[in-house]
Write a protein that binds this ligand. Structure first.
Ligand code: PMP
Ligand code: GLU
Length: 397
């Protein structure tokens, strides 16, 4: 059967694959601990669910404009002013089916075949695949754990070629949990501006920053920065709305028009009921967000402190998002329970098999010395998982 080269080149999302495996094991009654999924364990706040129920009762169940309702676009503009200090008009906004879909629109709109997009590594697994699907070429630039996994302006500039079209900046970052400071962002943005590049700023974890670290949007630096930046955001993480599938972009008007056109032929509007729910999320009560953030801090602190007492692994304390990168480099070449650990996939497999703990190997995230642990799960689960990891590694040494 013929399948296109483009389709054959796409690998499945490892984050979603781990999630499916975890859920299937749970359904079979296996007592597995899941640190795989990047989704908050909290329920969607009540005010948001009520708004959606009302939308159904009021018959808001038909097509809306393809790029989203004016009400939701207004709420997004309000949010961008309130949280990020940036003025946008409705014509700058495109609402899509989650940030993943927004990213697909972005790269389809900015890449001609062969155009290069710079991606600092470790990166979220879907970035290179989305760029490739849009006929672009991902150019991976490594960053180091000792430099907080942050890309320097020098390394960014060195990776630029005549084919470079843009860079992805994801702060707070998945999987590394780091938050760029204003100065660091400014230095990167200045390089982008000097070379006429787009800055794709993935801000889906913006509200999840800890210990005084603050998220800043590059688009807030001034009109030229705003013009070059494409903000990608979603209600998925902040409001525990991963399944509702609402993401959005804020960009220059011509680009927004191009993305709206693409969307009008590919998916039409995002779900009408979810748009009502997202409008409520953005303009309504924010207390649930603060509650989740406080809980994430406790979980992160506990997990980090436990990990750094376990022989053979280590981690740096993340500054944002809800992921920890577990450094497994010391385990490489060792034989654990009869299996020689050569890759992060080997470690993930044996940990799941012998200790019933699901993690995401970072082979798909551009750095095979790590596996990713999500702490967007209950404290009880975290304690159980850390106990298992500790026993697993103690017995191995
Ligand atoms: N960007 C990053 C950095 C992510 O971790 C995710 C994961 N969900 C997304 C984008 C996609 O978000 P959504 O669920 O809204 O598509
Ligand atoms: N972004 C989350 C993660 O990294 C959700 C899964 C996905 O879309 O990749 O786990």
């Amino acid at each position: 059967m013929f399948i296109s080269k483009k389709a054959l080149a796409v690998s499945p999302s490892s984050t979603l694959a781990i999630n499916s495996k975890f859920k299937a094991m749970k359904a079979e009654g296996i007592d597995v601990v899941g640190f795989g999924t990047g989704e908050p364990d909290f329920d969607t706040p009540e005010n948001i669910k009520t708004a959606a129920k009302l939308a159904i009762d009021n018959g808001f169940t038909k097509y809306t404009p393809a790029s989203g309702t004016n009400e939701l676009k207004n709420a997004i503009c309000y949010k961008l002013k309130r949280d990020n200090g940036i003025n946008y008009d409705l014509s700058n906004i495109v609402v899509s089916n989650g940030a993943k879909h927004s990213l697909m629109n972005v790269f389809t709109a900015i890449c001609d075949p062969g155009d290069e997009i710079i991606i600092p590594s470790p990166f979220w697994v879907s970035y290179p695949e989305i760029v490739r699907l849009a006929d672009g070429v991902p150019v991976i630039v490594d960053t180091l754990e000792n430099s907080e996994f942050k890309l320097s302006a020098e390394d960014f500039e060195k990776a630029i070629t005549p084919k470079t079209r843009g860079i992805i900046i994801n702060s707070p970052g998945n999987p590394n949990g780091m938050v760029y400071s204003k100065e660091e962002l400014k230095a990167l943005a200045d390089v982008a501006l000097k070379h006429g590049l787009y800055i794709v700023s993935d801000e889906v974890y913006e509200h999840l920053t800890y210990d005084g670290h603050k998220h800043i949007s590059i688009a807030s630096f001034g009109p030229e920065y705003k013009e070059a930046t494409i903000i990608v955001n979603a209600v998925s993480k902040t409001y525990s709305m991963t399944g509702w599938r609402i993401g959005y972009t804020a960009s220059s008007e011509p680009l927004a028009k191009a993305m709206a056109n693409i969307q009008s032929h590919s998916t039409s509007n995002p779900n009408s009921i979810a748009q009502i729910a997202a409008t409520e999320a953005l303009i309504g009560d924010l207390s649930a967000v603060e509650m989740m953030k406080k809980e994430f801090v406790k979980r992160r602190d506990y997990m980090c402190q436990r990990i750094n007492k376990i022989k053979g692994v280590s981690c740096k304390k993340p500054q944002g998002a809800f992921y920890i990168l577990l450094n497994i480099s010391q385990l490489k070449g060792k034989t654990l329970y009869g299996k020689t650990i050569k890759t992060s996939d080997d470690f993930g497999e044996i940990l799941l098999e012998k200790a019933l703990v699901a993690v995401v190997p970072c082979s798909g995230f551009g750095n095979d010395d790590f596996v990713r642990l999500s702490y967007a799960t209950s404290m009880e689960t975290i304690i159980k998982g850390m106990d298992r990891l500790e026993t697993f590694l103690n017995e191995a040494f």
